[in-house]
Ligand binder design. Sequence first.
Ligand code: ACO
Length: 328
Amino acid sequence: MQRPVAMIAGLGAAVPSTVITNADLEARLDTSDQWIVDRTGIRERRVLQPGEALSDLFVTASRDALAKAGLDFSAIQAVICGTCTPDRRLPSTACDVQAKLGGGPAAAFDVVAACPGWLYSLTVAEGLIATGTYDRILVLGGDRVSSIVDQQDRGTAVLFGDGGGAAVVTRSTGGRGILGTSLGADGSLAELLYIPAGGSTEPPSDKVLAEGGLYVKMAGREVFKVAVRRMAQACQEVLDRAGVTADQVKLLVPHQANLRIITATAAEAGVPMDKVVVNVDRYGNTSAGSIPLALAEAERDGRLTAGDLVLLVSFGAGFTWGAVLLRW
Ligand code: ACO
């Protein structure tokens, strides 16, 4: 097994205070609590309100992560933010968070990889530490998915929520940290989960707005099938690379898209459900926020012990997917 070069030295997470329950959705959409719970396992989700920003969640999560790592923000050399719902088109949300935490000169940039955005960002941070470029990196992951979902579309509105997390990633000590990563993508399947317009090809316009072109379009069943297959493959790949078997994994933290996807992925990956972190019932799918939120919750609940093997896996629009194996 390779010795890790980078580790998570501190972890934090944050969600908005506004809760939207299935009963709230029943009141304004042609849906039911039973349909949502049976098909997804989701009971409620959090959403940001006007005047609140995704970067505010990142600031809260970052302060927590920095405190746990025993570091001041001035020690951070780079801020990497996995998000597909930046506060604004320019600058990056990493720059906005950096400004709110005290300003430069740490490098700051966003990574657009949808739901696996935090795992992609973690992998970039590991590389920057491995090459000796930096020693202390703030890795953010989260989304304001409510801003890209048509709240009148029952097929998507019930699935998503807002949230984010942060990790302070430093040079590894004591054998802790990232043992392996496996990232992948298949852009040829993009149109199974995408936003048709609003980019440089078709900028926002009255026509785009009227046609709902700024909202997520999703072929749910197709996404489901590819998600399970790709996440199970990514788990196997990262375990094989590290020379570890599934029964050695103490905790699996899968992307919280849907309880049925989580259950199917865990079964294919050979990890029993008592070793799987599930909080999709309370937050829905928070995209790139999903894994840091679940991991931070596992830490808070005492489910992470030093030396444990922890497997993270995610899948999202692109399609993109990724798995990361950690020694906690
Ligand atoms: N309430 C009630 N009925 C609904 C709702 C709703 N909220 N949404 C859809 N339906 C109806 C459909 O219209 C359809 O009705 P019909 O039979 O009369 O045509 C029926 O329910 C079945 O619809 P399906 O889409 O076939 O239902 P399915 O069992 O596939 O479940 C779901 C839908 C939950 C979206 C599922 O396909 C899924 O979870 N897919 C993965 C989606 C996902 O997780 N995407 C994000 C992952 S990637 C990322 O995180 C970015």
